[in-house]
Design a protein around this ligand. Structure first.
Ligand code: AMP
Ligand code: MN
Ligand code: MN
Length: 371
């Protein structure tokens, strides 16, 4: 089921959320979708918000699409997939992300066109894969975009509903799966380019169809994308099977320092470790998933010291253990089994704070089982 919010202005000042007064916007928001029969295929069972989003897109002149900072495969795949659809629609648009595209996703067509500081006179913003406004980072300039409606398309259970239209569907395994629905709503025919970008999003967010949220609907979406020309083996090869040697060396260092704290397995990556291994950009999320495969652990955590001195905390958990609430309490967000936050502190302080929160949460979550 989709969790839907509308015009709540949850995380912005009121001023930014005053209705723009656009008759077209109001009409689009009010318009109800057509009734669909039970026998409709799954794309028609999407919530009203996908229709509203499609109507706003059709009416917009110049659209700014933004994905989250430190982008992953779903963020970049969704951004590019939607970008190619807007191109087909003949819409002026800009694709933006505050951080550069990671090397592993540079193979996606159009990745070189993504900008970090978008300019232009946009009349619509689409936020992809972001649970709160902060996640758009510097790519969203609050001053120049004041009053411009935001369509918030996301699948995080922790989404705070910061858009004018909030299409939030935690039952989707990836935002790319939702973008596929949107493209179908826009009646843009899928092509191999679009399909590759979107399948990249689905494959990475499900870690190759291995996460507990890999439902038949996810497989159905993947089938549609493959039928449209996306190559699953090529995507898998790019995103999981190729890594710079420096990353493997770094994992070696981090793995040799791994610690077990009750059922929490953790390690950390300092700036010095990255430099010593010759790594220029941040590593992928494979390490934390690998740690969490330890039989002795239910939760895995990697603390990464970023270039700006803040600490990125990446967490994973076994099915049945929720870590999104801990991430949310620490100012971050995510999914029940994959969540994170960013802390302005030293590595040691971040570790103590996060481990204390996790111990407490695990105790609460597992206590009833001990009776
Ligand atoms: P990661 O461990 O970076 O792969 O992130 C796991 C999940 O948590 C992803 O869905 C992220 O979007 C989310 N996440 C990570 N860091 C943050 C943060 N600082 N704020 C909100 N969500 C986050
Ligand atoms: Mn993401
Ligand atoms: Mn995602």
């Amino acid at each position: 089921m989709s969790k839907a919010y509308r015009a709540e202005g949850a995380s912005l000042g009121d001023e930014s959320f005053e209705l723009s007064g656009s008759a077209e916007f109001t009409e689009a928001v009010k318009t109800k979708p057509q009734q669909r029969s039970e026998s409709s295929v799954s794309i028609f069972s999407a919530p009203d918000e996908s229709q509203t989003a499609a109507q706003l897109i059709r009416k917009a002149q110049d659209i700014l699409v933004i994905c989250h900072v430190m982008p992953d495969g779903d963020a970049i795949g969704s951004l590019l997939g939607l970008g190619w659809a807007l191109h087909k629609l003949g819409k002026e648009h800009t694709l933006a992300c505050a951080d550069p595209v990671p090397d592993s996703f540079a193979y996606l067509p159009g990745s070189e066109a993504i900008v970090t500081h978008p300019e232009g006179n946009h009349d619509l913003v689409i936020s992809l894969d972001c649970s709160d406004l902060k996640r758009l980072g510097a790519a969203y300039d609050q001053d120049s975009l004041r009053g411009v409606p935001i369509i918030n398309i996301d699948h995080h259970v922790t989404n705070v509903g910061f858009g004018r239209v909030n299409w939030v569907d935690p039952s989707s395994a990836a935002t790319a799966q939702m973008v596929l629905t949107l493209i179908e709503r826009l009646e843009v025919p899928l092509d191999p380019t679009m399909a590759t970008c979107l399948l990249n999003g689905v494959v990475t967010d499900t870690r190759g169809f291995r996460t507990p949220n890999t439902t038949p609907a996810v497989m159905e979406a993947a089938t549609r994308l493959m039928t449209a020309g996306a190559s699953l083996p090529e995507i898998t090869e790019q995103v999981f099977n190729r890594r710079p040697l420096a990353v493997i060396r770094l994992w070696g260092r981090a793995l040799s320092a791994v610690q077990l704290d009750g059922r929490i397995i953790w390690t950390e990556i300092s700036q010095a470790m990255k430099h010593e291994c010759g790594l220029s950009s941040d590593s992928d999320d494979g390490l934390v998933s690998f740690l969490t495969s330890a039989c002795e652990a239910d939760v895995g955590v990697v603390f990464i010291e970023k270039d700006d001195g803040t600490i990125d905390v990446s967490m994973r958990s076994m099915s049945g253990i929720d870590i999104s609430s801990v991430a949310m309490r620490l100012g971050g967000g995510g999914h029940p089994q994959a969540a994170g936050c960013n802390l302005s502190s030293s590595l040691v302080e971040a570790r103590e704070r996060v481990l204390a929160e996790l111990r407490h949460s695990l105790l609460e979550q597992t206590a009833p089982l001990q009776h």
